[in-house]
Design a protein around this ligand. Sequence first.
Ligand SMILES: Cc1ncc(COP(=O)(O)O)c(C=O)c1O
Length: 359
Amino acid sequence: MTPIFQTSTYVQNAPGDHKGFEYARTQNPTRNQLQDALAALENGKYGLCFASGMAAIDAIVKLLKPGDEVLATDDLYGGTYRIFTKIFQNYGIKFRFMPMHDPTKVAEAITPETRLIWIETPTNPLLKIIDISAISNLAKGKQILTVVDNTFASPYLQNPLDLGADLVMHSITKYLGGHSDVVMGGIVGRDPELKEKLSFIQNSCGAVPGPQDCFLVLRGLKTLHLRMQRHCENGEKIAQFLSEHPRIDKVFYPGLKQHPGHEVAAAQMRGFGGMVSFVLKGEDLKDALQVLRRTQLFSLAESLGGVESLIGHPATMTHASIPKEERIKAGLSDALIRLSVGVEDIEDLIEDLDQALIK
Ligand SMILES: Cc1ncc(COP(=O)(O)O)c(C=O)c1O
């Protein structure tokens, strides 16, 4: 097993003559192993790990300068919306949010200032699907970076670099860690110039993870394929169960044939994952809150991607930082419930939802 190099510094031979490691903000052997593993999983040339998914996003936006513009999908993690609009907008970077299921609309939205296109697919929490290669093609040759937040799919189901993206970003906290015991972020890419810039930002700004956490994620990665297989199996069965349930109005899951992004998802993903969102008939907040209170195996909590099933209410939890008008415009109703389907026995999970849905 990779040792945990619990050290902040390394003994040097002589001034200017070190043994490959100087100071642990810059390099740490345990972190290096994890960074290489991430690069391999995403078919990239390098990986970089950060203290959280947000710190990874922060590093990517720091590639830009005042006046640059980012086009971002309108359905995305609330924290990403918050760092864009509440932090980086103050530094003169512009952000425009739009639906991205139609690449021609994205092409029309590109301006001479556009420098980055931010994609999440499947999106959080509405599981919208964006065609990664169609959007990446629009950006090619225009000095526009395409970045994909691949947190929901994990590299087991989708490899954005192979589809033409420049960078892939992960909240490692989720499926990669897999056990709800670590907060961490990662970036993987291929271009050496971008690697140099991002490593400089990683070292200069210093949001690096500790070696113990890197060890835990290395351990989590060993079962990524097994966990993802079960997340997908359980996710599909639960989406099917919900879509046939008399109390349910809409189910958001890209594996369902009626999902508008199903064909693109089937082409760019190797499975449909374990995230399922739904709304009850009547879209009544009180009904939704009752379901959220009643589940017993699905624990009410923020986050996703761990082996244990979670249930959440995006409007008041993960996406509370998005103003209500923006949320509603993107289709995120106050009555939406989001499930992170874990790896437990499927009959137990369905039984739990069934009892929580009794009127
Ligand atoms: C899709 C997505 N991206 C980024 C993040 C941020 O990651 P972290 O919580 O590790 O900072 C999250 C967290 O929920 C997320 O769901």
